[in-house]
Write a protein that binds this ligand. Structure first.
Ligand code: AKG
Length: 280
């Protein structure tokens, strides 16, 4: 079930894992798919996941339970998600795993860790790593990640079809009537907005730059991990999206201005100046 993408969509470029550096993340102007990273496990069985996630609570938007957010004990979720007739609403993508014990099984690429301002404040450090567990048939419509952060996703098993539009088009893609982003599936995608597309496969990592609008379809069961990141080079974009979220009433509860100020308190003067300029 590939996405019926914009026919002019550009394939996302691939980048070897050794070429992914903080400088590359700072300068991102397009998504990339990182290949060849040997650190993550090649497979994680349901039993192994149960062991690693034991004691975790997973939040999931469950369509089978009346279109509501549901709280699952990890073992119960994994039983439902691994069932042959799993509900396509069983999609965990932003449940954060902060405990250091997860480093042994869900690593974070060193360039992402080094570049990520979110790691430098206790209020946002948990965004560093999340687990990805998606049932076949899941679909996530166009959206921008909270606070204008970038997102990364590494797949251990399965595949996902991504389509992304540049952050600069974010304001124009917001549909005030539906109070949501335009979605090519609903036929309200404006003309002339270019996109990138990729089928993300096991062993590959998608890097979605900060503020990019994106949607994801999942045809088969997926296991992976991901996280949110904001490099110094994208501070302005993060603040711009956060301000837009505030205007739209969709902003989260973080005082993002204070997070950025604290996270860059010991950074180079040019970075502190970028924060000051972005915050006005
Ligand atoms: O995999 C998905 O269904 C959605 C992933 C995504 O868009 C995200 O993590 O921001």
């Amino acid at each position: 079930m590939p996405l019926d993408t914009n026919p002019t969509a550009t394939p996302v470029a691939h980048l070897d894992y050794q070429a992914l550096t903080p400088a590359v993340l700072d300068a991102l102007t397009a998504p990339v798919v990182v290949t060849g990273w040997p650190a993550p496990p090649r497979a994680l069985s349901v039993e192994a996941l149960k062991t690693w996630l034991d004691g975790q609570i997973l939040w999931v938007y469950a369509r089978n339970a009346g279109d509501t957010w549901q709280e699952y004990a990890a073992g119960d979720f994994l039983d439902a998600w691994a069932a042959p007739d799993a509900d396509p609403g069983l999609n965990v993508v932003d449940v954060y795993l902060q405990d250091p014990r997860f480093d042994a099984v869900f690593p974070v690429h060193p360039a992402l860790d080094a570049a990520n301002l979110l790691n430098r404040d206790a209020r946002t450090a948990h965004y560093r790593r999340s687990v990805v567990l998606t049932a076949p048939g899941a679909y996530t419509p166009m959206h921008v990640d909270s606070y204008g952060c970038g997102g990364w996703m590494y797949l251990i098993e399965g595949e996902k079809h991504w389509e992304l539009a540049h952050a600069a088009h974010g304001p124009g893609l917001w549909d005030a009537q539906t109070e949501d982003y335009a979605d090519p599936r609903s036929g309200n995608w404006p003309d002339g907005v270019p996109t990138w597309t990729a089928t993300l496969r096991a062993g590959e990592m998608m890097i979605c730059p900060p503020g990019f609008v994106h949607r994801v379809a999942t045809p088969v069961r997926c296991v992976g991990f991901g996280g949110a990141f904001l490099p110094e080079g994208h501070i302005g974009r993060g603040v711009e999206v956060w301000r837009r979220e505030q205007t739209l009433g969709t902003a989260g509860s973080l005082d993002f201005a204070d997070v950025l100020t604290q996270a860059t308190a010991t950074a180079a003067p040019a970075v502190q100046a970028a924060v000051a300029a972005a915050l006005g």
